[in-house]
Ligand binder design. Sequence first.
Ligand SMILES: [Fe+2]
Length: 461
Amino acid sequence: MISYSDKNSGDKTPARILVVEDEAIVSLDIQGRVKALGYQIAGVATSGEQAIQIVAEKSPDLILMDIMLEGSMDGIDTATVINKVYDIPIIYLTAYADNDTLKRAKITEPFGYIIKPFEDRELSLTIEMALYKHHAESTLNENRRWLKTTFDSIDDAVITTDHHGRIKSMNKSACALMGNGIDDLFGRYFHETVNIFENATAEAVSLSSGNDSIIDDAILKSQQGTIPVSINISAIEDKEDVVGKVVVLRDISELKKSEEALRESLSQLRRTFEETVVSLTAMSEKRDPYTSGHQQRVAELACRIATKMELSSEEINSIRIAGVLHDVGKISIPAEILSKPTRLTDLEMNLMKTHSEAGYEILKGISFPWPVAQIVLQHHERMDGKGYPNGLSGEKILREARIIAVADVVEAMSSHRPYRAALGLPKAMAEIARGRGTSYDAEVVDACTQLIEEEDFSFET
Ligand SMILES: [Fe+2]
């Protein structure tokens, strides 16, 4: 006969059994029957002390223990000692047992009782049942240990509840986060114990809000203080019924700090970027004091036109930056040409026209998130291809450059220049109307005209 343990362990060794019986004839009879059933005899003891010694030496798979043993220890005392140290299934053998004895025996959690005299079949069944039960319990205990180790090694706080919302288990991280052990909180209602709110709405998080839910931004108030957490609630289902919930809380304090640091760093970067642009603008205007503020005002008008044309906020940002830098290339033009009080000669004018490309050269190495250098390069291009430096036409010119071109003309004509007094806004408007669709983008001209004539636009700076 092959025992349960044999079949499951995969080896052919039959279960090894220790027989503890003080009556020699009975002991021999049991040994014979055990062997006949296919088991091995791991040892034979006639007293409790001897049994304990054999257990220590031979580690049997099962013990058949007579309750009524001679000597200072009976079978129950012996089982009590063995159970404290070893995990070996014990079956009691007894001829008779009073209630008190049975009560004592029960405390030792035996794997079975056999009443003497017994049949082989009864012995076999009881041994097999004991080995099966012991194997099942060992497997269960091993699974429990794996589960507990896994549960406790999770960094996130994990709390499980029954279907009433009463806390059933908490891992180590949950105990640390709550500042309480499972013994303090076991059986208490989650909603009364775990003080947790959604950050955006300040509403208490409830386990009953759907079977599975994720809340990214919540606040836990525990004995450990106020802690930002994310929450993941999952239902434990048995067939169609929800029998409990698993709540996973992740401490997101560090994440929040990182986000805040990132925001601060981004805002610092933006400030540096703005300041750099302002410095570049100031640098170019230093050499051309007569046009001081020109770039700022062009940017202002160009942004208003772009807003009117319903461009995206990204395009408007791009126009603002390109606007305040569009003449940065004038830094390469001799100061006497920039401030010459009379009209420029053709040679001087050709030199002046190089400022678009000079601006492009200065800006092309900067990683703007927008095509700022290209816009600056194209701000003197015209729709009919008669502009400079590349004679681009129509939609080959970036829309941002077409907008800045119109704003540039309007601002320049309405302001004072070294070689002439301000011509005024009406003349500027007449110029863009004259060039509508030829020199200038018609849609841009229309938006600019509406701004100035219908919305009373005026330069603020
Ligand atoms: Fe220009």
